[in-house]
Write a protein that binds this ligand. Structure first.
Ligand code: WT7
Length: 636
C-alpha cells in the first residue's frame, strides 16, 4: 500500500488492515524501508502476558532509515531547520547529509566514552540541534535513549535516571526560555548527587551560564567532538530491541518508563506521518512540541526524518518576544504543515488579533492538534483565523503508549467533524466497552476506549516492571489494550475523545498523575493528607485543585500555599503546580478507605449540587464541611 489518496482508498485500506493485518503491515514494511535482514513473522500477540512482537527476526537500524537511505536522493535537501529562542540569532539549517555526519560524529563520541548497545543514555536538554542529534546518535549505536523534558525538576530527573540505570547524561549549561535562562546544568548536578549509575555527563554550551564542571565526570560537548570521524557504522538491531524509554505519568505510583522497540516503531511513525499529514515533497513541516514528549519523538524526529521531510525545531516559547511568534515563524519559513496543542491554540486565540494580522499565514496547508480534546470554540478559531477556512485540521488522538497517531482525519482525504478525532488509521481497530466489560456493537455509543488489534508501535513493556504493564493496560479488559480514555462514537463511526477515565489529569496537554502530586504535597511536614483532582480551565483544558488536611492542631500559616507550590516544583516540576488550594478539615472515604474523587471533582469545578449517592461513605458529613471551606453550599 502506498499513500492513501481518497476516501475509497481509505475504506479499502481500513478493511485490509482489519481483515489481514499480516498482509497489510508486511506490505507496507517491505515497501518502504532498508532492512538488514527480513522478518520471519509479521507479528505475534499474547494479550494475557502482554507480549507483542513485530517483524520478528528482522534486523535494521532506524537511523539508516532516517539518514543513510536518503543520502543519494535527498542528501542536499534540508532535513532540519532550527529556529532559536531569540529571533535575532541565526537559525541553523542542516541538510540530510550534514545531519548524517553530525549524528555519526556524536555516535563515535558516545562509543569513545564506552557506550554500547543496550546502555541507557539520559538526555536532559534544551530544544537545540544537539538534542535531535543525540537522540539519533544513541539509536545509531543501539543505546537506549531516555529523554527527560527539560522542565522537570532535579528530583524527577534523578528518579528517571535511576529507574533506567543510565550511564551517560547529556545536558547543557542552560536553556533559553523566552527572556529566562533555566540553569539546566545546576539542576542536573543536583540530580546526579542521587545517581550512582552515571559515569559521564556531556555538557553542550548554549547559554554561557557559569557552571561547575566535575572533574572526571563532566566533559564539554565541543571538546569531545574535535577531530572525531564523521562516519560511523550503524549497529545492527533486532526488530524487537528497545529503541527508547520515555516516562509518562500514571494514575497511581511513579511515572512509567514506556519502552518502544526498533522495527515496529519505525514502520508506524513513518506510516502515520505520511498518511495523516499527507506530506508533499519540498514542504516545511513544523510540530511545536518538545522532543521531551512522545509527540516530539514521533513527529519532530523519527516520523518526518524516516519519510524524508523537512522538520522544524523551535527552541523558544509561543510568547517571546510576543504572542505573535508562532505566526512570524510560519511566514519566515513558509511553513506548510503546523501541528500544535489545544492549550496553545486557546492561549493564542486570546491575544490581540494584530499579532496575527501582521503575518500572512499564506503557506499553511494543513493544521494539526494533539494532546487533549479540543473544544469547539478553539477548533473554529484555528480553522477560521489561522487556516482561513482552507486548511484541514487533523485532530490526532494518541498516547505515549501507542507510539503514533491512532485516530485522526487524514488531511484533505477523510471528512472532518469539529471536536472529533474522527476515524482510526487503517490497521487500528478501536472499540468502546460498556461498564460490564463488553464491547458495544451499536454504532452510536459511549464507553471506555480500547484497541482490539495489536499495531506495530505499541509500547512493549514498562521498563523494569512488566507486571505493571499487564495490570495497567491489559487486565481491565482481557484481550484488549485499555487506553484510559473515554470516547463517544457517532452514526458515521467518528470518535470523539471525552477525556481520561482514570486519575490522570491533562493540564496544558501534559499528562499528570494525581497520586504523584499528592505524594509531593504530603512531604510537607504540616500536611497530614491531601487529595488532588482536575477541574475545567479555559486555557489549560484542566487545572489542578488540591485539598489539604493539616496535621491536627496546626493552623495553616500565611506562607503555606507558597511552600506547597515550591514543594511541587522541586519534586516534580513547575508544570505540576496546583492552581487552587483548599484547606479542609478532612477527606471523605469509601469503606475501603479510598477518597471518592468524583465528589471533589464536582466541588473543584464550583458545583456543590447533585453530588449523587454519598451514603456509602464512611464519613459523609465531611462533604458538607469541605463545601463550607470552599464557600459552596452542597447537596450533601
Ligand atoms: C492522553 C495521552 C500523544 C501525544 C500527546 C499526549 C489525551 C491526546 C488527544 C486528542 C483528545 C487527546 C488522551 C490521551 N489526548 N491527544 N487529539 N483528543 N485527547 O501524550 O502525554 O501520553 O497523553 O492525551 O487523554 O490518553 P500523553
Amino acid at each position: 500500500m502506498t499513500r492513501i489518496q481518497n476516501t475509497v482508498d481509505y475504506f479499502e485500506a481500513y478493511e485490509a488492515g482489519k481483515l489481514n493485518p499480516e498482509g497489510f503491515w508486511g506490505r507496507y514494511a517491505s515497501h518502504e524501508f532498508t532492512w538488514r535482514a527480513p522478518w520471519h513473522n509479521v507479528y505475534s500477540a499474547d494479550f494475557e502476558q502482554a507480549r507483542f512482537r513485530w517483524f520478528e527476526g528482522a534486523q535494521l537500524n532506524i537511523t539508516e532509515n532516517c539518514l543513510d537511505r536518503h543520502l543519494h536522493t535527498r542528501g542536499d535537501q534540508i532535513a532540519v531547520i532550527w529556529e532559536p529562542n531569540d529571533p535575532i540569532e541565526e537559525p541553523i539549517k542542516l541538510s540530510y547529509r550534514e545531519l548524517y555526519h553530525r549524528v555519526c560524529q556524536t555516535a563515535n563520541v558516545l562509543k569513545r566514552l564506552g557506550a554500547s548497545k543496550g546502555d541507557r543514555i539520559c538526555l536532559y536538554m534544551p530544544m537545540i540541534p544537539e538534542l535531535l542529534i543525540s537522540v539519533l546518535a544513541c539509536a545509531r549505536i543501539g543505546a537506549i535513549h531516555s529523554v527527560v523534558f527539560a522542565g522537570f525538576s532535579s528530583r524527577s530527573l534523578a528518579d528517571r535516571i535511576n529507574d533506567a540505570g543510565c550511564s551517560i547524561l547529556i545536558t547543557a549549561d542552560g536553556s533559553f526560555r523566552g527572556d529566562k535562562i533555566v540553569p539546566l546544568k545546576d539542576i542536573a548536578d543536583q540530580a546526579l548527587e542521587a545517581c550512582n549509575s552515571v559515569r559521564k555527563s556531556i555538557v553542550v554550551k548554549r547559554t554561557e551560564t557559569e557552571i561547575q564542571m566535575v572533574e572526571g565526570r563532566d566533559v564539554w560537548w565541543h571538546d569531545l567532538h574535535t577531530g572525531v570521524a564523521e562516519i560511523c557504522d550503524a549497529e545492527v538491531m533486532d526488530s524487537e530491541d528497545p529503541l527508547f524509554i520515555l516516562y509518562t505519568s500514571g494514575s497511581t505510583g511513579r511515572p512509567k518508563g514506556m519502552v518502544h522497540t526498533c522495527g515496529g516503531y519505525m514502520v508506524y511513525t513513518c506510516y502515520s506521518f505520511e498518511q495523516v499529514f499527507q506530506y508533499r515533497d519540498g514542504e516545511i513541516y513544523w510540530c511545536t512540541a518538545d522532543i521531551g514528549w512522545i509527540t516530539g519523538h514521533s513527529y519532530i524526529v523519527y516520523g518526518p526524518l524516516l519519510y524524508g521531510a523537512t522538520t522544524m525545531l523551535f527552541e523558544g516559547v509561543p510568547s517571546y518576544p510576543d504572542m505573535g511568534r508562532f505566526w512570524q515563524i510560519v511566514d519566515k519559513y513558509e511553513v506548510n504543515i503546523f501541528y500544535t496543542a489545544p492549550t496553545a491554540i486557546r492561549a493564542l486565540a486570546q491575544c490581540d488579533p494584530k499579532l496575527i494580522e501582521r503575518s500572512s499565514l499564506r503557506s499553511l496547508r494543513v493544521l494539526g492538534t494533539v494532546g487533549e480534546p479540543i473544544n469547539l470554540e478553539a477548533w473554529e478559531w484555528y480553522n477560521d483565523v489561522i487556516g482561513k477556512g482552507q486548511c484541514p485540521i487533523v485532530d490526532t488522538w494518541w498516547q505515549t503508549e501507542t507510539g503514533g497517531i491512532m485516530i485522526s482525519p487524514l488531511a484533505g482525504i477523510t471528512h472532518l467533524k469539529p471536536t472529533f478525532a474522527t476515524l482510526p488509521l487503517p490497521g487500528i481497530v478501536p472499540v468502546l466497552m460498556d461498564e460490564h466489560g463488553n464491547e458495544i456493537h451499536e454504532r452510536i455509543a459511549e464507553g471506555k476506549l480500547c484497541i482490539k488489534q495489536p499495531w506495530p508501535s505499541m509500547a512493549r513493556t514498562i521498563y523494569g516492571d512488566h507486571q505493571r504493564f499487564i495490570d495497567t493496560y491489559f487486565a481491565h479488559f482481557p484481550g484488549y489494550y485499555f487506553t484510559g480514555d473515554g470516547a463517544r462514537r457517532d452514526l458515521d463511526g467518528f470518535y470523539r475523545i471525552t477525556g481520561r477515565v482514570d486519575d490522570v489529569v491533562i493540564v496544558s496537554g501534559h499528562n499528570l498523575g494525581t497520586a504523584e502530586i499528592e505524594n509531593a504535597l504530603d512531604e510537607h511536614e504540616q500536611v497530614a493528607e491531601s487529595a488532588v483532582v482536575g477541574y475545567p480551565h479555559p486555557i489549560k483544558g484542566n487545572a489542578i485543585c488540591a485539598f489539604i488536611v493539616m496535621d491536627s492542631n496546626i493552623q495553616a500559616g500565611s506562607t503555606l500555599e507558597q511552600e506547597l507550590l515550591d514543594l511541587v516544583s522541586t519534586i516534580i516540576g513547575p508544570i505540576a503546580k496546583p492552581d487552587k488550594f483548599y484547606i479542609v478539615p478532612g477527606l471523605h472515604k469509601t469503606r475501603s478507605g479510598k477518597i471518592m474523587r468524583r465528589i471533589l471533582r464536582k466541588l473543584a469545578s464550583g458545583d456543590g449540587q447533585d453530588l449523587g449517592d454519598i451514603s456509602t461513605l464512611l464519613n459523609p458529613e465531611i462533604v458538607e464541611s469541605i463545601g463550607q471551606s470552599m464557600g459552596l453550599t452542597t447537596s450533601a
